[in-house]
Design a protein around this ligand. Structure first.
Ligand code: KYN
Ligand code: ZN
Ligand code: ZN
Length: 207
């Protein structure tokens, strides 16, 4: 194969969405038969569907929108850590890990088992992780979960702490088949200029 490991959730009607949020849909506006030349589709979805990034505007009125984000954050060397079964993601649960020399880390918690449904609970990120990551030069945190905060959180302390420390958020990556190690990551957002988030096609290639 190409050497690239796709770590994206496929986007189709089966992709689970945040409770109450816009369901994913793809349909043809015109079939080839109707148009006489081509199939032309249309898509409706929440910006936080499947594998996606959060722009700071998602949780901060003054925060950057997708179109203002630095693309350099979303491509380059990344370390995948395997933390199957952890109850929360914090400095203690990442201790002992050598994460120098990369600006991106992806953590496999294995907590989202049935990917056809939205999870009921997830291991949250301890806001104290944000300065810990900043100190180590990390600019992107990716998780195999739909949020970095508890699902019922309204004040989103981890989202805010990460943003304050310059750590960008990638949610919903699929790491089921990925071994811990160092990879090249690509996870560019779509050029949705004003958006609060964007689906990404995320992929890893062993380094
Ligand atoms: N889609 C939503 C609808 C309503 C309330 C929250 C969300 C979220 O997506 C929050 C989640 N922490 C996220 O960044 O993806
Ligand atoms: Zn999101
Ligand atoms: Zn989020």
């Amino acid at each position: 194969m190409s050497g690239w490991i796709d770590i994206s959730q496929f986007l189709d009607e089966g992709v689970p969405v945040w409770p109450g949020d816009t369901p994913f849909s793809y349909r043809l506006t015109w079939t080839k038969e109707e148009s006489g030349s081509v199939n032309v589709g249309q898509v409706a979805m929440s910006t936080h569907t499947g594998t996606h990034i959060d722009a700071p505007f998602h949780f901060d009125e003054e925060g950057k929108r997708v179109g203002e984000l630095d693309l350099a954050v979303y491509a380059g060397p990344a370390k995948v850590l395997d933390r199957e079964g952890i109850g929360w993601i914090g400095p203690e649960t990442l201790a002992g890990e050598e994460i120098t020399g990369v600006e991106r880390i992806l953590i496999r918690t294995g907590a989202w088992k049935d990917r056809s449904r939205f999870p009921k609970a997830i291991p949250p990120v301890d806001p104290a992780l944000a300065p810990w990551l900043k100190q180590r030069g990390i600019r992107l945190l990716g998780l195999d979960l739909p949020s970095v905060d508890p699902l019922d959180s309204k004040d989103l302390p981890a989202h805010h702490a990460l943003a304050r420390h310059g750590v960008h958020i990638l949610e919903g990556v699929v790491l089921d088949e990925v071994q811990a190690g160092t990879y090249e990551l690509v996870a560019f957002p779509l050029p949705l200029k004003q958006a609060d988030g964007s689906p990404v096609r995320a992929a890893l290639r062993p380094l």
